[in-house]
Every structure is written in structure tokens, then in C-alpha cells.
Design a binder for this molecule. Structure first.
Ligand SMILES: [Zn+2]
Length: 454
């Protein structure tokens, strides 16, 4: 049992319940009580007591889009558009192997955990021949660090010689993709309550995957009862590509392939027209909004208020660290709010809506709203306790505004399934210094292999 007391609490439940000073009781991997004032005396016996004064408790954040391997290719192609950036980086990524993937994933996941993220997905779509078992490497990294993990078995089968963007050397054969994806589901997917790992099926994008693989991936995911993910409508270049090659906008193309539905979440969705937004809302298709990455690549600003207004489930994603060198999810709350207001004015997104994107919205993207994304009895004990009595936050009038609008807050405690993974701002399940050293060595090895100088 863990009892946290004396903190402000933003539950992010359906009613938006908050407590200026409250308690939270955890038993095993579940929340058993949340409320105002001190914890009931009966809860205290034998429990670990956490003094939450000066802190705000929220649900642990949920990251809905990432490419962990990119951690070791940060800082490259700094002024490039998406297509230029990909074209420069694909040859570097062709040198990936399982050892490099492990080092990159440990670093990327450590950055997420220490920024208050308790659940992350990863979209891995680069599987160079002879590179070893890259998915196994990131699964091991996540298990070792204690984060709840939803890795997506990604894929590319449309190389340059057939009109795609990636070089032929890093695309796979379609049948090999489908077999490896099904094998990943067999090996790792855990559909049970409280699951720490669920697999999703995730062909990469319209310009790197054939329509046949998109359709067969959807059929596989639905046959096996797992979720579907891909990139969509990220840039105007992608829209021009789809119109030229398929005679349709990206959303129409995906819709015609039978993809849209409440078992699907899509990264980016920056360039959408009104009918596309409504189609997402009607079909229950969810969106992983990645505002920092979209800004880094100059891709544009997603129509967030329109999506929310149409009832589209929206979560937040850091996206790969090669297009968001920060790799932290906490600051994406602020970035989402600022970008929404740049596009739509000061009422476009509230601080509480931004927090909901990063918590309950993310849980909806991953199909886990029944277990994650809010602090309520019966939900999983994924809890972030943010320190807000320091210089950066102490006199901000409202704790939720302090968290969202203020500087990145220190994570005093992060529980994942009731396990303390971050305490006092520091990772407890690994050495940040050792992880950083490993990532640096891996980055050097990969860049040397590709003969890249930053
Ligand atoms: Zn991405």
C-alpha cells in the first residue's frame, strides 16, 4: 500500500474532479481511494506514506507516438522538411542493430519516465537485414526500466525503385512483415487487465508502404484483436504525393483501404479538411498529436479544436527524437496549448484540456480508457506527483496552470502499476548517467558507420 497525502489532485475523470488538498491510496497495482483531505485512518496501517505537500498529483502521462531508435540520431538535418529529413536519415538508420536499438530505447524511455510518462507506445518500422531482433531489444529496455509499453510492429515495403521514398535497402518483403508482425503478437501481446505490454500493427506511411500491405496489416490486426497505427497527413508534400499517386487526399486513401475505425490511432493529422475531421469523429478514429515534432519540421499546426469539437479522441506524442530532440512528454502539454492558441486564439485550448490530452486522451488512443488516464478507484496506479512549490511554480495561481504553463516540473514520484519508477526527479530503475553514456557510444558507432558528421 502507498498513501499520498497533502497534494493537490487533478483526477482527469469524466467530471474533471479536482481537490486542492487530497489523498490517494494505492494497493498493489490499483488505485483504491482518491478524495479530499487526509486519507482514512484504516488505509495508513503498514502503508508507505508520501508527503505530497507542495505537489500536484495527476494520472501518469501517456505517450502515443514515438520512434525510440531515433534517440541516437538527434541533431541531424536540422533545417529539413520531412521528406528531406527522411531522405538524409534513412541511410543512417540502415545501420541499426539490436545493440544500438537497446541503447537508444533505454535513453528514450528514461527521458519519458523522468518527464512524468508512465505509458508509452513506440512505432518501430526500420528493420535492416542482419540487424538482429530490434523489437526484442526495445521490449527488454521497457521491461528493465518499468514503463508500461505498447510497441508497434511497423513496416515499410515500398522502396524507391517502386515509387516510394525510402531506399530499397531498408524496406522488407510484405510476407516477411506480416509473419514477423504475427510472431510479435504471439510472443509479447498481453491482452489481460493491467497488461504491461500490448503490441499494435503499424505500417509506416502512404509513401513507404504499399496499399496491399496496408490492407493486409488491417486484416491481421482485426483478426488478432490488436490496434492499428500509422502516420497520416503530416505534411503538404505527403498530400501532394497521395494526390499524384492515388488521386486522393491521405484521409480518403486510408478510408478506401478500410482503415478508419475505433481500433485505429493516427500520428500527426496536421492537414485535414472539414469532412476528414468529421469522418474521424464518426468512425472513432483517434489522433496522436505531436506539436513539437510538427514545429521542428515546420510541418504545420493540427486543427486541434476542430478534432476535439468533432469528438475525435486525441492524445499527445513526442514523436521520434530525431525530430524532437527533447524527447520529454511533460513539455508537450505546454506545446500543445501554445500551438493550439497560435492557430485558434486564446480560448482554443485550456490548461485542463491540455492535461486531458496527455492522460485520458492518450488512454483512449491506446484503447485503455477503462484502466488508464485518470485517478479513480479501480484504475491502474499510474500516478505522477509533480513538485510545484519551487521557484518556477510556487506562486502560479492554479496548480494545473503551473504544471502546463510553467517550466517543466520535477517529477517527485512516478508510479507505474504501483511501482515507484522515478523518485525525487531521478530514475530509480536505471542509472541516467550510464544510459546517457550508452546512448552516446551508440550514436557515435552508428554515425561512423554511416560516415555522417553532425
Ligand atoms: Zn513519427
Amino acid at each position: 500500500m502507498i498513501v499520498i497525502e497533502g497534494c493537490a489532485i487533478a483526477t482527469v475523470d469524466a467530471a474533471g474532479s479536482e481537490h486542492a488538498s487530497g489523498h490517494l491510496v494505492v494497493d498493489g497495482d490499483r488505485i483504491v481511494a482518491v478524495g479530499a483531505g487526509p486519507a482514512p485512518a484504516a488505509a495508513l496501517e503498514g502503508a508507505r506514506r508520501v508527503d505530497g505537500r507542495g505537489c500536484l498529483a495527476t494520472p501518469g502521462l501517456v505517450n502515443c507516438h514515438h520512434h525510440l531508435y531515433q534517440w541516437i540520431t538527434r541533431g541531424l538535418a536540422q533545417q529539413a522538411t520531412l521528406f528531406e529529413w527522411l531522405s538524409e536519415l534513412y541511410p543512417v538508420w540502415a545501420g541499426l542493430d539490436a545493440e544500438l536499438e537497446l541503447a537508444a530505447a533505454r535513453a528514450g524511455l528514461a527521458a519519458l519516465l523522468t518527464s512524468g510518462c508512465s505509458t508509452s507506445t513506440d512505432h518501430h518500422y526500420v528493420f535492416p537485414a542482419g540487424g538482429g531482433d530490434l523489437l526484442a531489444a526495445e521490449v527488454a529496455a521497457a521491461a528493465g526500466l518499468g514503463i508500461r509499453f505498447h510497441p508497434c510492429r511497423g513496416s515499410m515495403d515500398l522502396g524507391r525503385s517502386r515509387g516510394g521514398l525510402p531506399p530499397d535497402e531498408i524496406v522488407e518483403d510484405r510476407d516477411a512483415v506480416l509473419a514477423a508482425t504475427e510472431a510479435a503478437i504471439d510472443r509479447w501481446h498481453d491482452p489481460s487487465p493491467g497488461s504491461m505490454l500490448r503490441i499494435a500493427v503499424a505500417p509506416c506511411s502512404p509513401f513507404s508502404v504499399t496499399g496491399e500491405l496496408m490492407e493486409e496489416s488491417a486484416a491481421l490486426a482485426r483478426r488478432r484483436g490488436v490496434r492499428l497505427h500509422t502516420h497520416l497527413a503530416e505534411t503538404l508534400d505527403e498530400e501532394a504525393y497521395c494526390r499524384e499517386r492515388f488521386g486522393r487526399a491521405p484521409v480518403e486513401y486510408l478510408d478506401d483501404l478500410g482503415w478508419l475505425g475505433d481500433d485505429v490511432w493516427l500520428a500527426h493529422c496536421v492537414h485535414l479538411d472539414g469532412p476528414s475531421v468529421r469522418r474521424f469523429g464518426d468512425s472513432g478514429t483517434a489522433v496522436a498529436h505531436c506539436p513539437s515534432s510538427n514545429a521542428r519540421l515546420g510541418a504545420g499546426m493540427a486543427p486541434l479544436p476542430d478534432l476535439l469539437g468533432a469528438g475525435v479522441p486525441v492524445g499527445l506524442g513526442v514523436d521520434g527524437a530525431a525530430s524532437n530532440e527533447s524527447g520529454q512528454l511533460g513539455p508537450e502539454l505546454r506545446q500543445a496549448l501554445l500551438v493550439a492558441r497560435l492557430r485558434g486564439g486564446p480560448a482554443a485550448l485550456t490548461a485542463r484540456q491540455a492535461l486531458a490530452l496527455g492522460t485520458s486522451g492518450g488512454a483512449r488512443c491506446l484503447g485503455r480508457r477503462d484502466e488508464l488516464g485518470s485517478l479513480e478507484p479501480g484504475k491502474l496506479a499510474d500516478v505522477a506527483l509533480w513538485r510545484l512549490d519551487d521557484l518556477g511554480h510556487a506562486d502560479v495561481a492554479d496548480p494545473v496552470a503551473a504544471l502546463v504553463l510553467g517550466p517543466p516540473a520535477r517529477v517527485e514520484l512516478l508510479l507505474v502499476g504501483g511501482q515507484a519508477v522515478v523518485e525525487g526527479g531521478e530514475l530509480r530503475t536505471g542509472s541516467e548517467r550510464e544510459i546517457a553514456r550508452g546512448a552516446l557510444a551508440a550514436s557515435r558507432r552508428l554515425l561512423e558507420l554511416a560516415e555522417v558528421t553532425a
